[in-house]
Write a protein of this length. Structure first.
Length: 392
């Protein structure tokens, strides 16, 4: 959906060519933490089909007028709500993965449907509007500010983020001229500025391991809420008041593995979570905080069942197995092929599938090309088996 745009001020309508959903009341301009006014949710379907059948391969511009009262989504995660939701300080933000973006903007929440994005956010003057990518303008008109953000690299909709509320924007230049814009809720703990400053060394370290950082922009978004999860929203990962300290490296690693190289379907989610978990372990080992072997042992090494990593029906899509089992499988691969071939593989994986989609078969094909080895046994033992070996 190239050029998708959303107005997070609480617009409401989904309009096809002929039908118009009844608009809901816009939310109160000053926030205040009240739940959204009752109104029709944005329908998941509703655009009218084109008048003439489209020829395959034809480029078509589609303009969707829409409005609705954004709400949370349907994803049954016990620990977090997905979709459009209030923070604890009167603001609002979106939690996207896996299907939360379509709660506030027409989107196809499938990881293979990537798009560039531009956002126009209309807020009161004492609020800040935050989104992915680059802040290209902020224009004040009377008692409102219009914030425009753009990201001209294609990303899956589950990595889209919008937040409006009481934020400080800190702008600076990072490694290799990277533009860093941090958006930290004014009610968040003050020491988070120091944690956010660690982005530079995290990005530099991962660049040395995985190749160039895949975007031109970076930063963190810290919302004034308690979520128990963080999310790798592209260029500007989302954290709650506490998440920055435990999830910073993990979410930055996802910029390579997940946001740039995206699984074809969520069945291959281990390509995100196993990689980001392993990257986090590498970084903690590099910093000297936790030796890599301790992480592997403490996590159980992925053993003890939990289902096959490549069979999410068995393992459950966001199960711990996908994270630590996936990371341990990567460590087993590293032990088997050696450091040089392993890190060559990680960098080529990021490079050859940049901004695209790939799956487990693609990884195996590249791994066998890079190493010259038959890796069917590794796949069978570490990815496809419901019970993995005790230790790599
Ligand atoms: Zn993750």
């Amino acid at each position: 959906m190239p050029g998708s745009s959303g107005s997070a001020g609480g617009v409401t309508t989904w309009r096809g060519d002929e039908s118009t959903a009844s608009p809901g009341a816009p939310p109160p301009p000053g926030g205040g933490g009240a739940p959204p006014a009752a109104g029709p949710p944005i329908p998941r379907r509703g655009a009218a089909p084109p008048a003439e059948p489209l020829e395959p391969g034809t480029d078509v511009d589609v303009t969707l007028a829409y409005a609705g009262t954004p709400d949370t989504g349907s994803f049954p995660a016990g620990f977090a709500r997905v979709g459009w939701q209030p923070d604890d300080a009167g603001g609002w933000f979106s939690m996207a993965e896996p299907d939360g973006t379509s709660t506030w903007v027409p989107s196809n929440d499938h990881p293979s449907d990537k798009a560039t994005w531009s956002f126009t956010l209309d807020t009161p003057t004492d609020w800040t509007g935050v989104a992915n990518g680059r802040l290209v303008s902020r224009e004040r008109a009377g008692d409102r500010i219009e914030w425009r953000w753009e990201l001209d690299r294609p990303i899956p909709s589950y990595t889209v983020v919008v937040a409006v509320g009481d934020y400080r924007l800190e702008e600076r230049t990072g490694p290799d001229g990277l533009r860093i814009v941090d958006a930290i809720a004014t009610g968040a703990p003050a020491h988070l500025d120091e944690v956010a400053a660690r982005q530079d060394e995290v990005i530099e370290y991962f660049t040395s391991r995985f190749g160039p950082y895949p975007f031109e922009d970076a930063g963190v978004l810290v919302v004034d809420a308690e979520l128990s999860v963080a999310l790798e929203t592209a260029t500007r990962p989302l954290f709650d008041r506490y998440g920055l300290e435990w999830a910073l490296a993990h979410e930055i690693a996802h910029q390579w593995y997940g946001d740039s190289v995206t699984p074809t379907t969520f069945e291959h989610l281990w390509l995100n979570e196993g990689f980001a978990t392993y990257a986090d372990w590498l970084y903690e080992d590099e910093r000297g905080t936790t030796p890599l072997d301790d992480d592997i042992i403490f996590s159980g090494g992925g053993s003890g069942g939990g289902g096959a990593i490549t069979d999410p029906d068995e393992a459950r899509t966001f199960a711990e197995t996908i994270y630590t089992g996936g990371a341990t499988a990567l460590h087993a691969l590293r032990r088997r092929v050696g450091d040089d071939a392993f890190f060559d593989l990680l960098a080529r994986w990021a490079d050859e599938h940049r901004y695209a989609n790939a799956d487990t078969n693609d990884l195996l094909a590249l791994a066998e090309e890079v190493t010259g080895q038959d890796l069917d046994g590794w796949r069978r033992d570490w990815l496809d088996a419901p019970d993995r070996p005790d230790h790599p």
